[in-house]
Ligand binder design. Structure first.
Ligand code: C2E
Ligand code: CA
Ligand code: CA
Ligand code: CA
Length: 276
């Protein structure tokens, strides 16, 4: 048993070394990825449930490395966050996305403008220059502030509520909308809404996934919608993969929805082709 234990340890420790090595390698490769043109933005449409109209899109970062292939955002965003690289990447993403969104509006003349939702990581929020970065992106691209929605996770807000609240107020003062992402996954979610000023919440897709077969998830989703509305906050459901989920969310008064059943994330050019 002792010997096996030793081998086990050696095995796990080598596996750990490899994991660390891989992260260091990813970080190194990610550092130059934007300049080498390996990073791009995909856009996933968001729809309004009352009339089914497309009303906006979420920008999602993609990385295609020549040797590693496609690296999942859940992996490389974490690397960027841990290494601090997100503080360089975040502003680049924001600027590119705003420029793309300006192109949508230009070729949709006369139609309802589409909002642009951009994910902001906890580290970007903690770094106090977010309002300056946002202001510069809007000024340089000419995107109207009210068309920009920033998506923050609950965890980003929980750390330092006072700091977060004042930053969010500053952003909302500029006319930018603030949404809480992955809503419902943090236990303190509901009570937070009283203290943190937001325009909307995105119900996490783990609730949406089970809304047809788990009465608890349906009850929670219905409660989130009712509570958000009573506070004057809008609700998006994410991860809608089935018509039945769409139907029940619509029946429960959810405002907006997003998911594979409605539309997958597509390249900027593909999005232009369908939206404009
Ligand atoms: P998120 O913000 O919750 O984004 C939604 C994720 O769900 C996306 O994954 C999207 O492709 C996926 N999705 C959309 N519809 C469906 C559906 O119907 N079913 C399922 N199962 N999934 C669906 P993706 O693109 O892999 O991104 C993962 C996460 O990486 C994002 O989660 C976000 O937290 C982060 N991320 C992506 N782009 C950025 C970025 O530019 N900046 C920052 N800070 N984070 C980003
Ligand atoms: Ca998001
Ligand atoms: Ca989410
Ligand atoms: Ca469940």
């Amino acid at each position: 048993a002792k010997v096996a234990g030793k081998n086990c340890f050696r095995f796990y420790s080598r596996a750990m070394d490899q994991a660390v090595e891989r992260r260091v390698h990813l970080e190194h490769e990610l550092r130059g990825a934007w300049d080498r043109g390996e990073l791009s933005l995909a856009y996933q449409p968001v729809f309004r449930l009352v009339d089914g109209a497309m009303i906006g899109a979420e920008a999602l970062l993609r990385w295609k490395h020549p040797e590693l292939g496609v690296v999942a955002p859940s992996v490389f965003i974490d690397v960027a966050e841990q290494s601090g690289l997100i503080e360089v990447l975040g502003p680049q993403v924001l600027r590119q996305a705003c420029a793309d969104a300006v192109r949508w509006q230009e070729s949709r003349k006369g139609e309802e403008p589409l909002f642009l939702a951009v994910n902001v990581s906890p580290r970007q929020l903690r770094n106090g220059d977010l309002p300056d970065v946002v202001e510069a992106s809007l000024r340089e691209t000419g995107l109207p502030a009210d068309l920009l929605h920033l998506e923050l996770t609950e965890t980003a807000v929980i750390g330092d509520e006072r700091h977060a609240s004042s930053l969010l107020s500053q952003l909302r003062g500029m006319g930018v909308k603030v949404w809480l992402d992955d809503f419902g996954t943090g236990f303190s979610g509901l009570s937070h809404l009283r203290r943190v000023p937001v325009d909307g919440v995105k119900i996490d897709r783990s609730f949406v996934a089970d809304v047809l077969r788990d009465p608890d998830d349906l009850a929670l989703t219905t409660a989130i919608i009712a509570m958000a509305h009573s506070l004057g906050i809008l609700v998006v459901a994410e991860g809608v993969e089935k018509e039945g989920q769409y139907a029940i969310l619509r029946e429960r008064g959810c405002d907006f929805a997003q998911g594979y059943w409605l539309g997958h994330p597509v390249t900027a050019d593909e999005f232009m082709a369908v939206a404009c």
